[in-house]
Design a protein around this ligand. Structure first.
Ligand code: ASP
Length: 334
């Protein structure tokens, strides 16, 4: 008797979410043209990553491609458009993590790599380390033949102006500080003029095999000094992916995200308390971080494609293509 072939295993539902940073982003101060430009960039990023998932590609490829699109856009604080350090340089951080293997790669303080997310991935796949920083990271990049750009590639007039406004505010008010808690700065009128939206970019995705991945890339925070590294390249703080729980990419005031191990804490809420991804992300971002004064948000996804995008700031550039293929993009606290 002929055997009926067993049906092929049902492919996992696919989904992707991206963010372009959280912060003081308000409808009243954004022109319709600017809003349209942000929406178009987020949509391009989502569609680029989603097309890879639809074609059966990995979530790792999808998040890297989605982040690359945002790194190449001058609108966001990552790659081209990165913020300036107090000394007037662009120092970039990025990280990527694969949920199936828990492999991760990250770079901090690179100045000549056009797409830091590609170097982070190379650290994961082609070195025996997780996090490389500064000149060493660029030495590694050169050793694998990665092309370099001149540091001036990252210079945009908007970010330069932002640094000048910050410097003027610091000069006018010596009490303002850029220390990690920055008392008074973030909520002050000066901060509004300086433009405190953060602008980091990130992506999380699940692919047809049910594998999760997360990627995050940033220029850090305007006026950072002394080789400051934020949460973005720190695995478990700004970036995390584990097939057993969730993939997370964060944006916000990095020092708080580091001290609260935000991305891993969300995964831990899922693992140890059995919370759904949305409740876990909200518990950390809307309760714990708020209590501790940390401003920002996250995007998170689980293997079923459930997506959470909580933020406790005025706005967060964000978007998703869900398991039904529905695209949503939002900026403000709608
Ligand atoms: N989290 C980033 C950092 O502190 C900044 C951001 O999200 O825009 O470096």
């Amino acid at each position: 008797m002929a055997q009926t072939p067993s049906p092929a295993p049902k492919p996992n539902p696919i989904a992707i979410a991206v963010h372009g940073g959280a912060g003081v982003i308000e409808r009243e101060t954004m022109s319709p043209e600017s809003e349209a430009a942000y929406r178009a960039a987020l949509e391009l990023s989502l569609r680029t990553g989603h097309a890879i998932l639809v074609a059966g590609g990995s979530s790792l490829d999808a998040v890297a491609a989605a982040v690359r699109v945002l790194e190449d856009s001058p609108l966001f604080n990552a790659g081209k458009g990165a913020v300036f350090t107090l000394e007037g340089k662009n120092e970039l951080d990025a990280a990527i993590m694969e949920g199936r293997t828990l492999r991760a790669g990250a770079v901090a303080g690179v100045t000549r790599i056009r797409n830091p997310i590609d170097l982070a991935r190379a650290v994961m796949e082609r070195s025996s380390h997780v996090l490389l920083s500064g000149p060493g990271a660029e030495e590694f990049a050169a050793s694998i033949g990665m092309p370099f750009v001149d540091p001036s590639y990252f210079h945009t007039p908007e970010r330069w102006e932002q640094l000048q406004r910050l410097k003027a505010a610091l000069a006018a008010n010596p009490k303002l500080t850029l220390s990690s808690d920055a008392p008074g700065l973030r909520d002050s009128p000066e901060a509004r003029r300086i433009d405190t939206k953060f602008g980091t970019v990130g992506a999380v995705a699940v692919d047809r095999r049910g594998d999760l991945a997360a990627a995050t890339s940033t220029g850090g925070m305007t006026g950072k000094r002394w080789g400051r590294v934020g949460d973005t390249p720190l695995i478990g703080a700004g970036t995390w992916a584990d097939n057993a729980t969730v993939a997370v990419s964060a944006t916000g005031h990095g020092e708080f995200f580091i001290r609260n191990a935000v991305a891993h804490d969300i995964a831990a809420m899922v693992a140890y308390r059995g919370l759904p991804v949305r409740a876990a992300a909200e518990e950390v971002v809307l309760r714990k971080l708020v209590q501790r004064g940390g401003e920002g948000g996250v995007i998170a996804i689980d293997r079923k494609g459930n997506i959470a995008q909580p933020f406790n700031s005025k706005g967060m550039y964000r978007g998703a293509i869900d398991v039904d293929g529905k695209l949503t993009i939002a900026i403000f606290r709608d």
